[in-house]
Structures are given as C-alpha cells and as structure tokens.
Design a protein. Structure first.
Length: 149
C-alpha cells in the first residue's frame, strides 16, 4: 500500500486532498509502484520562491518543485517502504495558471501533483523525447478521472 501525505501549509481552504490522492495512486498503479511513500506540501508563492532560489538557484516563483530521495530504487525504511520524496506546490501559482489556461484549479493541482510524482519516479522533460513520454503519462492519469483542460 502506498502512503501519500498531503499538507496544506497555507491559510486557504484546501478541499482537493481526495482527488489528488486518487490521481497520484493512479500514477503509482500505472507505474507499478507499490509500498511507496511521498509527501505533497501545499505552499504559497513566497515559500516556493525561497525553495526555488535556495535549492535550484532560480530567483523566481515556480509552480511545483520535487525533491526526490531516491537516487536509485533502493531508498527504503526498515518496513520496506520506498521513500520517494517531497513535492511542493504553490497554491497561488496554481490559481494563476488555472485562470491563464482556462481550466479548473482542481485540474491544475492534479496536474502539478502528477507532474511532481513523475519527477520523483525519475522522469524528466529536459529533452523533447523525454517530455513527450512524461506528458503523455501525466495526461493518461488525469484522463482516468475525466480531468481535462
């Protein structure tokens, strides 16, 4: 069984835990990930800006940052659980992007969570070929729940 912990570190109401957990579990199912743990932390623009500057050397707000704990598939705790890492999502930036792209905040948050999960699982989008694979997988997960643009 996978363990997905979602923490809202903002002062805003956050009714999206259930759907985010469902889409992340769907990604895990598709990728055959079992007995894994990750955290998704919902923050504001100020917090994610600090993270982006400190850990990536980029002095601006971003929408999502993933901190993978696995450099290989063997990062486990004594009970056998894989520790995948943490995903930080800016609720402020997600709101901005949902409005910009003309879709719901729920869709944007689910997209960002799944995007972060695929990064924790080792996927990237630096090269065009990698991006095609990663974004196709993300859309497949979201479509399972009718979460479209």
């Amino acid at each position: 069984m996978n363990d997905i912990n979602i923490y809202n570190e903002t002062n805003d109401e956050f009714p999206y835990n259930d759907i985010i957990e469902k889409v992340v579990n769907k990604a895990f199912e598709i990728e055959r990930v079992k007995n894994a743990s990750c955290s998704i932390i919902i923050v504001d623009n100020s917090y994610i800006h600090k993270l982006n500057k400190e850990y990536r050397g980029i002095d601006r707000v971003t929408d999502v940052i993933s901190f993978a704990l696995e450099d290989d598939k063997n990062m486990v705790i004594p009970d056998g659980t894989r520790l995948l890492g943490d995903i930080y999502i800016s609720l402020d930036k997600a709101r901005e992007q949902a409005k910009e792209y003309g879709h719901s905040l729920e869709r944007e948050l689910c997209f960002l969570a799944v995007h972060g999960i695929y990064h924790l699982l080792g996927y990237d989008h630096e090269k065009e070929e990698e991006a095609e694979v990663m974004f196709k997988k993300q859309e497949e997960v979201l479509m399972e729940y009718g979460i479209t643009r």
